[in-house]
Design a protein around this ligand. Structure first.
Ligand code: MN
Length: 714
């Protein structure tokens, strides 16, 4: 088991002047926090953070990261809080531990490869600080090494996740050694028989194979030293998983893969690499098309080497890699090797650069085939402020920070967005304005009668949702404007005893629209509806002679109605038949909306009226209207008065209160029950809401009145 002493000895070797005091305090804190806890192996729990810290030392991580490694499980498994860590060790270490804890809570369940890719991206985005990923990888590596102590089922889940997520992540970070070990350990857990079988076969053939390799090495060493190239030549081991995968994926025999001789030449300079290549090609015949120069053109994960295949001394192909020691270190350690180099830079730049480098890694994935998909990925990675959430099936969706279920719904499909009424997040119902958090599992609740509203624009965060909602509203508004334009035209036409249907159906309308500069009749009607074009102008064009006569005078009944039932103003329009809805009977002062109904003019409803709510669902045409304060009129309203105990004089006291506030009673229904309780209904004419509130207040003052309510409808 690793001891603290080892860490204290090792760190200064690559990070001189590191603050080892904080490391010792972290050790003590971790020991205290995990006190009494045990690993599945029976060892004290502390052994785990110590091993993780030791792996981080192997990765040559800075002392801050190693310290965070010692503390990496205290938030998850002990009573310690982030605030405790911040107080004891400062914000940087607290953030690192918090980051590891957060990504540790994610569980990858989908087996789909593309999803695995998204999941990896999510981890990277969530980690924010690259060092969080390093700690997580060290954590996973140690857990994989000690997998034997867990129950088989759990083992398999962890191993599969390692294969799907963490080994590829190590690969992306260029950490070949870690990747190979994770894969071998995962294979051992997932396919124990195949693993043991491979082990046996490798052991059986090793001696034979080593003889072949040694022959190549001996010849090559002699030749290279003859020309003055100092080098180390080794046989290149293939790890079990890579053999297994090749057998499995390519249906090849063990011998074909295992017997392929592979050696690696490591030199001191790039010049010597090319020199060695020349020697090799003069010794043995190169196989055409097998030479690759990754020194001149490094791979995206920084890998550099020369690759060639030659026909060796026995007439079999021999794979040879040539690289410098520096290239070798980067090939084995990847990001970890890179990290130390970055460490020499100052503060914030360092981190940004590392992250940038990492993003580039992810962005330039070579396995990305569809360029659009590629662009999508780049876009995602350029916005660090993203939240990653799951569908119930485990698919990952990336959304801007602060995104709501509406954003998610539009992310699934436009139709899902348009009909979204709410969502279940982690199994609980949440409102549409809920702010999604990392790792939430989101299930959208839809209703066929739901439709987007302007209010949604205030809460959505994604450009996709915003543009889709705007698009829908635009179509909707146009539909409404066309209907309103048609309505206005019909009224105008009837004034002159013209048949609006005939006029609107004729070819003439198209011509007029074109004359007035509109693409089509609907555009012209919409313009009238918006108030941008005049209805009279249209009528003049369609029926030039008819409008020369004076319009028909309104019939007396219509005039009377107009007088009592006008009093609202419509944006840009003032010549429309207006009625007040009986269902909600709005009063001046109530927020209102207008409904355009073909042939029936405009109906004014209270904004909170149930009919409105239902009609919205029917996609009925709603327009904004407001009370016309310049044209005050009396409106009837129904009130209910609840009586606690009836007594002589009570009714007159109530009616007296109404009259005293200038309310004109037009109807009264008095009901008294056997126990002398009752409800009295009055219809009172008032000017507006505030007068009604006055009256209600006055009635409440009357003795034995329990409650007074305004009754919607008449
Ligand atoms: Mn752990």
């Amino acid at each position: 088991m690793t001891q603290l002493k080892t860490l204290i000895e090792e760190i200064p070797k690559y990070q001189p002047g590191a603050d080892l005091d904080v490391l010792e305090r972290a050790y003590a804190f971790s020991a205290r926090s995990h006190k009494g806890q045990q690993r599945a192996s029976g060892e004290p729990y502390l052994s785990h953070p110590l091993e993780v810290a030791s792996l981080l030392v192997n990765f040559k991580m800075d002392v801050t990261t190693v310290t965070a490694g010692l503390l990496h499980d205290v938030l998850e498994d002990t009573k310690a809080t982030k605030a405790d860590l911040e107080r004891e060790f400062g914000g940087e270490i607290a953030e690192l531990v918090d980051g590891v804890t957060k990504i540790g809570k994610l569980a990858f369940s989908s087996r789909e490869e593309r999803q695995a890719e998204n999941f990896r991206k999510m981890l990277v985005a969530m980690a924010r600080d690259l060092r969080v990923l390093m700690i997580k990888l060290a954590d996973r590596l140690h857990n994989m090494r000690t997998l034997d102590y867990l129950p088989t089922e759990k083992t398999k889940t962890i191993a599969q996740e390692t294969l799907d997520i963490y080994a590829p992540l190590a690969h992306r970070l260029g950490m070949a050694k870690v990747k190979a070990e994770l894969e071998d350990l995962a294979l051992r857990a997932l396919q124990p028989e195949a693993y043991v079988d491979l082990q046996k076969r490798v052991a059986k053939r090793r001696l034979e194979r080593e003889a072949d390799i040694n022959q190549v090495i001996t010849i090559l060493e002699r030749k290279l030293s003859e020309v003055g190239i100092e080098s180390q030549i080794r046989g290149r081991p293939k790890h079990f998983f890579s053999i297994w995968k090749k057998m499995h994926d390519q249906g090849r025999e063990f011998d074909e893969i295992y017997d392929l001789t592979a050696v690696r030449v490591v030199t001191h300079s790039v010049r010597d690499c090319y020199g060695a290549l020349g020697v090799i090609h003069s010794l043995w015949k190169p196989v055409p098309g097998r030479f690759k120069d990754f020194i001149a053109m490094p791979k995206v994960n920084m890998y550099q080497s020369l690759h060639t295949t030659v026909i060796g001394p026995k007439g079999d192909p021999v794979e040879i890699q040539i690289r410098t020691w520096e290239m070798h270190r980067i090939a084995e350690e990847g990001i970890a090797a890179h990290w130390l180099y970055k460490e020499k830079r100052s503060g914030k730049d360092k981190l940004d650069e590392s992250l940038l480098w990492l993003r580039q890694l992810i962005e330039t994935q070579q396995d990305m085939k569809d360029p659009r998909e590629f662009m999508d990925t780049v876009r995602v990675d350029l916005f660090p402020d993203e939240v990653y959430v799951f569908t119930p099936k485990g698919d990952v969706k990336a959304l801007p920070e602060g995104a709501t279920p509406i954003d998610f719904a539009y992310g699934v499909h436009t139709k899902v967005g348009e009909h979204c009424v709410g969502a279940k997040v982690n199994g609980k119902l949440v409102p549409l304005r809920y702010t999604l958090r990392q790792g939430d599992i989101v299930e959208i609740v839809t209703s066929p009668s739901q439709h987007p509203s302007r209010d949604w624009l205030k809460i959505v965060k994604s450009t996709r949702a915003r543009s889709k909602i705007n698009q829908w509203l635009k179509v909707e508004e146009r539909t409404r404007s066309i209907e309103l334009g048609r309505e206005l035209f019909e009224r105008e036409a009837r004034k002159y005893h013209l048949n609006p249907a005939t006029l609107l159906a004729g070819e003439e309308l198209k011509k007029v629209a074109a004359d007035l500069g509109y693409p089509g009749p609907d555009d012209l009607l919409a313009a009238i509806g918006y108030g941008k074009s005049s209805v009279h102008q249209l009528l003049n064009k369609l029926a030039p002679n008819a409008t020369l006569e004076a319009p028909e005078k309104p019939r007396p009944s219509a005039a009377a109605r107009a007088k009592t039932e006008q009093g609202v103003r419509i944006r840009g329009v003032d010549d429309l038949l207006v009625r007040f809805a009986k269902c909600c009977n709005p009063l001046p002062g109530d927020p209102i909306v207008g409904f355009i109904t073909r042939g029936r003019g405009l109906t004014v409803h209270a904004r909170d009226c149930l009919t409105v709510a239902k009609s919205v669902l029917d996609r009925e045409r709603i327009i904004n209207v407001e009370w016309d304060v310049d044209e005050p009129g009396k409106r009837p309203v129904r009130i209910a008065v609840y009586i606690g105990r009836d007594r002589p004089g009570l009714l007159s006291e109530i009616t007296g209160a109404i009259s005293a506030r200038n309310g004109n009673i037009t109807k009264a229904e008095v009901t008294v029950t056997d126990d002398r309780k009752g409800i009295n209904h009055f219809v009172v004419e008032v000017a507006d809401l505030s007068q009604l509130q006055d009256i209600i207040g006055a009635i409440r003052e009357v003795k034995d009145v329990i409650n007074v309510e305004r009754v919607r409808g008449l």
